[in-house]
Design a protein around this ligand. Structure first.
Ligand code: AMP
Ligand code: ZN
Length: 456
């Protein structure tokens, strides 16, 4: 059975099939901005991406899926954070990237095949902007910035259906997180491709044909997907907040530069809410994975709770959902333990089919538990494991007792914390390296830290 997924552009359900003759399915996710710990709302989106990656592997074979997820490591937020801490931008973003990777591993995500960074692709972004300028889709302003001319692309608005009038007045953009606020653009809907240097940027700038500056946010995804997946990708995903303007702008940039369809399929997952409001850094109503762990919850329980809601419906997060997830995981573990290698029946096909039908996770989990209640007799363990692989549920028991910390590790941890609070960043980084050499990593929080054996 083919995977069928809602497509935000055509507003219809469409089958997933690789478009290129090489049979490789090209999959691009917008990744995190690495300036703070990702919250569990961000992880809802990344769990959905991971579910998709796993279903694609089951459908097309692991060698026929190419998965790219970028890291936004330069923008207003990352620059502001580094300036506030008096540290180099790269040091700050690398630290948060490491934290993101540790959280992704804990949540049992398959790693993307390529994880390109914005700062690692400056020439590619400059080339793309220059091509847009040559083709009459971009213009320079006095301050050394370059803007995309929305009026030059008749297809603009097809994804988000923003009305032309709203675009002209800029009202469609109100309340949207814009990474620039320059007012030299010719039209309210035009957006920055390149941002001329400002004093606030400190030592974060690159030379370009337009003078020194840095890329706008949207161009990074167009440039990195082109480099790592080619001009046309099969599936592009992100949270629903990225639909406009980010993805609309990506389409405009890529199609005007490459002269061909940018993405065959668009998929947007809905938000995680707390008390009916979007979980977000700016509202301060967020949980991180570390906070939940400190409360005694396992990453597997969070993954289960995030999967329990339909990805295209908003999900209200509660701590109770984690308790329910723990119970469900315990039942799954008991069932798995009761399976024998001689079982041959596969009662899980309908649950897998539910996942393949627009990622209907609540239905799939419902079917899975109906099967569980029928008992393990004669059931194929391989069939069970296949469904659990698709869901990415790791049934190993959460570690109850932490590995004892060797004294030299404790000392290094204390020294590093002291260096960090004294803002001696070079020494803090050196000590982090010394810990890593002993096979330990240090997880920083606002008011303390924990030491953990590094993931193998
Ligand atoms: P950011 O690090 O802000 O660039 O966001 C990373 C991803 O998380 C994007 O795909 C966002 O759409 C997504 N996202 C942000 N907030 C939420 C939320 N409350 N629920 C689900 N996804 C979110
Ligand atoms: Zn993007």
């Amino acid at each position: 059975m083919p995977i069928r997924l809602f497509d935000s552009l055509s507003r219809d359900y469409r089958e997933l099939r690789p478009a290129q003759p090489d049979g490789v399915y090209r999959f691009y996710n917008c990744g995190p901005t690495v300036y703070a710990a990702a919250h569990i709302g961000n992880f809802r989106t990344f769990v959905v991406n991971d579910l998709l990656r796993r279903l694609l592997e089951l459908e097309f074979g692991p060698d026929n899926v190419r998965h790219v997820r970028n890291l936004t490591d330069v923008d207003d937020k990352t620059i502001r954070r580094a300036r506030e801490e008096g540290r180099p931008l790269a040091t700050v973003t690398q630290e948060w990237t490491a934290k993101f990777h540790a959280d992704c591993a804990a949540l049992n995500f398959l790693r993307p095949h390529v994880e390109p960074t914005a700062t690692g692709h400056i020439p590619e972004q400059i080339d793309m902007i220059a091509a847009l300028e040559r083709r009459g889709h971009a213009y320079r302003t006095e301050d050394g910035s370059v803007y995309f001319k929305v009026a030059s692309f008749p297809g603009y608005g097809a994804l988000s259906r923003v009305k032309e009038r709203e675009l002209r007045t800029g009202s469609a953009l109100s309340g949207k997180p814009q990474t620039h606020d320059a007012d030299e653009k010719e039209d309210g809907s035009d957006f920055a491709l390149w941002k001329g240097y400002k004093a606030d940027d400190g030592d974060t700038f690159w030379p370009s044909p337009w003078g020194r500056g840095r890329p706008g946010w949207h161009i990074e995804c167009s440039a990195m997907s082109k480099k790592h997946l080619g001009d046309t990708i099969d599936l592009h995903t992100g949270g629903v907040d990225l639909l406009f303007p980010h993805h609309e702008n990506e389409i405009a940039q890529s199609q005007c530069c490459n002269g061909t369809t940018f993405a065959h399929h668009w998929y947007h997952s809905e938000h995680l809410l707390v008390d009916g409001k979007k979980m977000s850094k700016s509202l301060g109503n967020l949980y991180t994975l570390d906070q939940l762990r400190e409360m005694g919850h396992s990453p597997a329980a969070l993954r289960y709770a995030l999967l329990a809601g339909h990805p295209r419906k908003q999900l209200n997060f509660t701590l109770d959902s984690l308790h329910a997830a723990d119970k469900a995981l315990a039942q799954l573990r008991a069932f798995r333990a009761a399976l024998t290698s001689s079982g041959t029946t596969d009662p899980f096909a309908p649950a897998l089919a539910a996942l393949q039908d627009d990622l209907n996770t609540p239905h799939a989990l419902g079917l899975l538990f109906t099967t569980l209640h029928a008992g393990p007799f004669g059931v194929s363990s391989a069939a069970f494991d296949r469904l659990l692989f698709a869901l990415g549920l790791d049934l190993t028991e959460p570690v109850k007792t932490a590995t004892p910390t060797p004294p030299e590790v404790t000392v290094l941890g204390e020294q590093r914390w002291a260096a960090k609070t004294a803002k001696n960043w070079a020494e803090a980084d050196r000590l982090r390296g010394a810990l890593a050499a002993l096979g330990w990593s240090m997880l920083d929080r606002k008011d303390g830290y924990s030491l953990e054996p590094a993931k193998k």
